[in-house]
Write a protein that binds this ligand. Sequence first.
Ligand code: DAH
Length: 351
Amino acid sequence: MNDLDPLVNAAQAAFAGAATPAELENAKARFLGKSGRVTDLLKGLAALTPDEKKTRGAAINATKQRVEEALNARRQALAEAELERQLHAEALDVSLPGRRRGIGGLHPITRAMERIEAIFASMGFDVADGPEIETDCYSFTALNNPENHPARSMQDTFYVDVKDAEGRWLNLRPHTSPMQVRYARAHAERHATALAAGLQTPEIRVIVPGRTYRVDNDATHSPMFHQVEGLWIGENISFKDLKAVYLAFIRAFFETDDLQIRFRPSYFPFTEPSAEIDMMFGSGPLAGRWLEVSGSGQVHPQVIRNMGLDPERHIGFAFGSGIDRLAMLRYGVGDLRVFFEGDLRFLAQFK
Ligand code: DAH
């Protein structure tokens, strides 16, 4: 025990009482600062004799050292406490399950299209894709639907503010039928030499699924909708082939043989004769009701000619079915518009 011990104790108590680095620096100033208590003691040495200075000086220096040690110990303790606090605040619970990303699924219309493609591919049909912005010729005229013909209003569509080479407005195709002519023309060009020589050429057997547009909007019509066109042209293809193909398709699509189809006379400029295809389930909630699913017919001789083929030799059928309608029936959806509203509560059901 010496007379300087209380000073060391006071310094330790003051440092211990400092809860933050700033408080600690204030406490330090009171002991080791310019006019701190230890500094004052050292100033007092000046008044002593050389001998006294020696012993007193050594004692004060020892005291100063102890105060500095106490200060450093407290500094370190506060730094460790701060580190501890930070680590705690940023703690990660690695045992928590991670947030999963939502896993998407195919849109029900895409699923329906893929089904349709797979079924027709299994029957030897090619799958083709065509432009959604069409010329007047392909959408109408080449399909035997001349300008000002009233049948054009059956396919009232949207026009694009650009004209084609003939000076006619481009349109958003109102049906997939233009691809009948595009596809068949490409086929005729590919086999031009054989055709000119009167030789037999491969048949045309193709489906064209895709987006189509019309000025229509209610529970069963959307301005943008989907169709699948079918075309089979050969040397002896008749309505009986259409019936067999369509029945096989519709039964595969709905995964049941418990349904029938019927052909109901109709009119389309590009077919003669023309028919609507209706289907009827034998069981289930829609049993016993005829449901219209497709337009169809024997391709009109003028359209065969527009394809670059000879109607005396080439004959066949075409159909155009509404994919959305088929998807509605398959999935039991009552309002077509929900397919296109992008509501995940609806779409997530189709994973
Ligand atoms: N393109 C017609 C429509 O959208 C449907 C159609 C009818 C297509 C008869 C055909 C067909 O290929 O032969 O209303």
